[in-house]
Design a protein around this ligand. Sequence first.
Ligand SMILES: Nc1nc2c(ncn2[C@@H]2O[C@H](COP(=O)(O)OP(=O)(O)OP(=O)(O)O)[C@@H](O)[C@H]2O)c(=O)[nH]1
Ligand SMILES: [Mg+2]
Length: 399
Amino acid sequence: MVMTNQFPVPPPSYSAEPPQDSQAPTPNDTVIAVMGITGAGKTTFIQQFCRQDLNVGHGLQSCTSKVEIVPCVMPNGKKIFLIDTPGFDDTYRSDTDILREIADWLVQAYQFRVRLTGIIYLHRIIDVRIGGSGMKNLRMFRKLCGERGLGSVVLATTMWSLCPAEDARRREDQLVHQNDLWKFLVGHGARVFRQDDGARSGQKIIDYLVNRAQPVTLDIQREMVDQGLKLADTGAGKEVHEELERLKEKHEKEMKEIRQEMEEAIKEKDEERQEELREYRAQIDKQMRQAAEQTKQLEASREQLRREMKEQHSREIDQLRNEVARRQQELETTSRENKQRYEQLQKEVQDYKDKVNRSKMKEGFYYEYKRTCPRCRTNWLYNEQPSTTLYCAVCKRNF
Ligand SMILES: Nc1nc2c(ncn2[C@@H]2O[C@H](COP(=O)(O)OP(=O)(O)OP(=O)(O)O)[C@@H](O)[C@H]2O)c(=O)[nH]1
Ligand SMILES: [Mg+2]
């Protein structure tokens, strides 16, 4: 069972919402968040423990688009909660959306005194270099966590079976020793593991965090709850905000170029070029409006964020409920139609059986052939057409 963000025991000092799901994490539970770039293997990692089908991606697009709370029972019977998170640079959602989703969950958890036992940051060892997306995820991860909680962080590499061991070891070494990669995190207490043996290596990671048992408060939780900062003023928020500013500058530059090119196209009476530029301008205009909307959304305080996320989640839950209702209806219609078809087929089978019987009854009639002995005039009856010769038992001779 996958839950949405709900917490059961509101602490007296906060005006949080009432509990809605008794299975949601409580302050005494072990809760571990799994983060990393899209396709790093977060959902696969979690699926190994929870014995249920989660949404594992098989294409190039991002798969997990929401924070999902997955209760898992470990082989030793201990129940823990693993938190699946969407990566930044998602195919379908903006970084602002992802940050709002993650920040809202973390802030709520902190308000309900549910603290993370640890965070696992996954990285694909098959990646030859860490591209823009990987760097962004790493930066966001650092900003969300801050320095103080890094002792409860595990940096783990996945997909060892997909590349030569020598290459993998070299890349791992580079990750650990390169300044802009994991060096800082490792230097502040993060531990490096290999997720190279499915549930077994995964279990070692979980055991390490559980045994360490040092719940962590992340920077984003301190910033938004203890310091009352708006999302845009948190470290992670600033990171996204800066990128939106860079995007804005890029858009403005593009608009300026479009205007210049448009003037030339008008001068040259180049209608085709003008049309192309109009379409391009409409596209940039749309992107500018979306970026402005995202900048506005970053301005949310934690209360405002909670309100908006609550509305968003309740819309999403409504949509999911509608989907359930639609499929339920389809199931009932199919089952009704199948029942009708079943009954119809049953009737047809019976009809055919009756026909067989009736046909057999047709064959059940017999015709009596009567032949008379030409000599003694005795009448003889036959079920089947008698042969041309007639034997008369009275005369004891053939005719
Ligand atoms: N060989 C191998 N494949 C893996 C491993 N981990 C994940 N995969 C595969 O990688 C693909 C992506 O895995 P996911 O678990 O969906 O990745 P994710 O991090 O949840 O991705 P998003 O939900 O998009 O953020 C899937 O096809 C998995 O089967 C691993 O350790 N080894
Ligand atoms: Mg996933």
